[in-house]
Design a protein around this ligand. Structure first.
Ligand code: FES
Length: 208
């Protein structure tokens, strides 16, 4: 690769390093046995992500991941895998794309979206672990963010409805939650989030 090609690349050195030498990849020959597994995205979009975790005393002791995503998704998940290993389940649940992006020294604006897959898959893996243990999952509600104040609709509620296939259009989301029917100021923000979640969970938006 020529020097000018590398210099023209818009990614930081940390991103390049994690993309070229991704950490904690899930390799078949390792025979990794996860205690919890999370999967998000869709192969159709080419950005599926799977994360497996081993847990001891409510700490993530080992994390392995696989993705068919782009360079940003690979670098983000590699960085996130290092951040999450050794964390308590609660700490790991609160990792945000912002934290990962900062640790990478930034990502190009249009690539920020790619970094959301990793932390979503990690939360899904923790959810799966707690469900398999038959434990109540209080983490889910503790990190929920209210997106529509008038109708008290949280991001978690929207994501759960999308992931379960219960809503396939914005209209269905509004019928179920009532979002946007008060002051209306949340409408655009929720529409953007809805489409992002449909993409992250590999769902097709239905005809209205
Ligand atoms: S904040 Fe959603 S309708 Fe007012």
């Amino acid at each position: 690769m020529s020097d000018s090609f590398m210099n023209d690349w818009v990614y930081t050195d940390i991103v390049k390093d994690h993309f070229m030498n991704p950490r904690n990849i899930w390799k078949r020959e390792e025979h990794f046995e996860p205690d919890g597994v999370g999967e998000v995205g869709s192969l159709a979009c080419g950005d599926q992500m799977r994360i497996g975790i081993q847990v001891k005393d409510d700490k993530i002791v080992k994390l392995r991941w696989l993705t068919y995503g782009c360079a940003s998704a690979i670098a983000s998940t590699s960085m996130m895998s290092e951040m999450a290993t050794g964390m308590s389940l609660g700490e790991a649940y609160r990792i945000t794309p912002d934290m990962v992006t900062k640790a990478l020294g930034g990502l190009p604006e249009h690539k920020f979206h790619c970094s959301v897959l990793g932390d979503k898959a990690l939360r899904a893996a923790i959810d799966d672990y707690l469900a398999k243990q038959g434990r109540e999952n209080t983490l889910k509600t503790s990190v929920a963010r209210v997106m529509c104040e008038c109708k008290n609709v949280t991001d978690q509620a929207i994501e759960t409805l999308v992931a379960s296939g219960k809503v396939r259009t914005l209209k269905e989301l509004q019928d179920l939650t009532g979002y946007g029917t008060g002051c209306g100021k949340c409408k655009q923000k929720i529409a953007d989030y809805f489409y992002e979640m449909m993409h992250v969970h590999g769902k097709e938006v239905a005809e209205e």
